[in-house]
Write a protein that binds this ligand. Structure first.
Ligand SMILES: Cc1cc2nc3c(=O)[nH]c(=O)nc-3n(C[C@H](O)[C@H](O)[C@H](O)COP(=O)(O)OP(=O)(O)OC[C@H]3O[C@@H](n4cnc5c(N)ncnc54)[C@H](O)[C@@H]3O)c2cc1C
Length: 120
């Protein structure tokens, strides 16, 4: 029986969701030999997402100390063609019937369209 060849990688990322894909991309850009493994045949499908995507203003307004992270800022510069419409407000309804209203700096986009963003 033929032996399988073992190929070593510096980093293996399990899961090609937003976190894994961003991590693998960052590592690859820095010259790290990275392999990303995803169990689903179509990444991001079925979408676990309401397709509400925060703009940079929402990100730095929600999380502190991110302004200095230029690489993260770059990630949040989305092409206009991805923006289906702006989301300025959100209302969340609880099963009890109570509702909460938030102002937002976000847009709606179709998650599958993200496949067409070229790597920098
Ligand atoms: C109903 C719903 C609506 C949402 N709406 C929004 C929204 O509108 N806007 C927004 O910004 N966020 C939204 N979110 C949150 C968003 O989906 C998550 O924050 C985001 O997907 C988290 O990314 P992640 O990479 O951490 O995990 P995931 O997106 O869950 O990615 C993990 C990946 O790992 C893969 N995986 C897991 N185990 C293995 C394994 N053993 N081997 C190989 N692959 C594996 C999975 O298949 C998956 O692709 C929503 C979430 C839900 C549930």
């Amino acid at each position: 029986m033929a032996r399988k060849e073992i190929k070593h990688r510096q980093v293996i990322v399990i899961g090609a969701g937003p976190a894994g894909a961003a991590c693998a991309q960052r590592l690859a850009e820095d010259g790290v030999d990275v392999l990303m493994i995803e169990r689903r045949s179509i990444i991001g499908n079925p979408a676990q997402c309401g397709e509400c995507i925060p703009n940079w203003g929402e990100v730095v307004g929600t999380f502190s100390n991110l302004e200095e992270h230029k690489w993260l800022y770059d990630y949040f510069q989305f092409p206009e063609r991805l923006k289906l419409h702006n989301l300025d407000n959100m209302r969340v309804f609880l099963p009890s019937g109570k509702a909460f209203h938030f102002e937002l700096d976000a847009f709606a986009g179709h998650r599958l369209h993200f496949r067409w963003i070229p790597l920098r």
